[in-house]
Write a protein that binds this ligand. Structure first.
Ligand SMILES: Nc1ncnc2c1ncn2[C@@H]1O[C@H](COP(=O)(O)OP(=O)(O)O)[C@@H](O)[C@H]1O
Ligand SMILES: [Mg+2]
Length: 239
């Protein structure tokens, strides 16, 4: 890979006695949308948590934009440019859409003007959030909450946006709106790493894919290649 944004090298991680990730290796390219696919329990969320510093690694290294970030705090990793949209979105109950979005910018030292400018940018990507600006974010539909969670991630002005389960539990029309917005954001230069249980959706959106099975990478490659790969077709595409 000529210009890797993220290199994952021999990453090991787990919980207590249980090892979940076994020497996970792959790289993703700068400027691309990449995806990690694999069955429930394969270790996708664990990998994103380790990358964001939410759980410790037990070996291996993450190199982000040429800099080792393994073992840094969540705050330092966010400042280095990795924002994480967690599984199940986790918006703050009792806070408005606007305040949830602003929380994404809490580490930035930019002026209020710049932060308000970015808020307007999020509202232009997801106009419904502008209409719902003062509503409790957790009372919105699943699709709208996902927009808000992605918007909150974008408010950190990251170089890489991690999204854990973009489409889980959402209506097809909502997924369509989200994918359109992600393509637009990617065209503006943001790199995206998706974790997605719906392999078809993941491959439609991404140019590169990583397949994880029981904590190990079993296949990597362009999504054009992976969608023709017999094992992937059989296990994940049902063809
Ligand atoms: N907090 C935790 N404590 C103990 N085991 C966990 C915890 N979270 C996940 N696991 C286990 O780690 C494995 C991988 O889970 P996870 O990374 O959530 O998979 P995926 O996101 O691919 O569905 C599973 O066997 C799961 O039961
Ligand atoms: Mg998961």
């Amino acid at each position: 890979m000529s210009d890797p944004l993220l290199q994952v090298k021999n990453i090991k991680a787990g919980y207590g006695e249980i090892q979940v990730l076994w020497d996970v290796n792959f790289s993703i390219e700068k400027g691309a949308i990449s995806c990690i696919v694999g069955s429930n329990g394969a270790g996708k969320t664990t990998l994103l948590r380790a990358l964001s510093g939410l759980i410790p690694t037990r070996g291996g290294e993450f190199i982000f934009d040429g800099i080792p970030i393994t073992g840094l705090s969540t705050k330092k990793i966010l400042q280095a440019g990795i924002a994480h949209v967690p599984e199940a979105r986790r918006l703050f109950k009792g806070l408005s859409v606007r305040d949830n979005l602003l929380l994404g910018a809490y580490l930035r030292k930019d002026s209020r003007l710049e932060i308000n400018h970015d808020l307007e940018w999020i509202y232009s990507l997801f106009p419904i959030l502008s209409e719902r600006s003062s509503q409790d974010a957790t009372t919105m539909s699943g699709g709208e909450q996902q927009m808000c969670a992605i918007g909150r991630g974008l408010m950190a002005r990251p170089k890489l946006l991690l999204i854990d389960e973009l489409s889980l539990g959402l209506a097809p029309r909502a997924v369509e709106k989200l994918t359109e917005a992600l393509l637009a954001i990617n065209q503006q230069g943001l790199s995206i790493l998706l974790v997605e249980q719906d392999v078809m959706t993941a491959f439609d959106l991404s140019s590169y894919g990583v397949v994880i099975e029981t904590g190990k990478v079993t296949l990597t490659g362009s999504t054009a290649y992976l969608s023709e790969e017999p094992r992937v077709r059989e296990a994940y595409l049902g063809v």
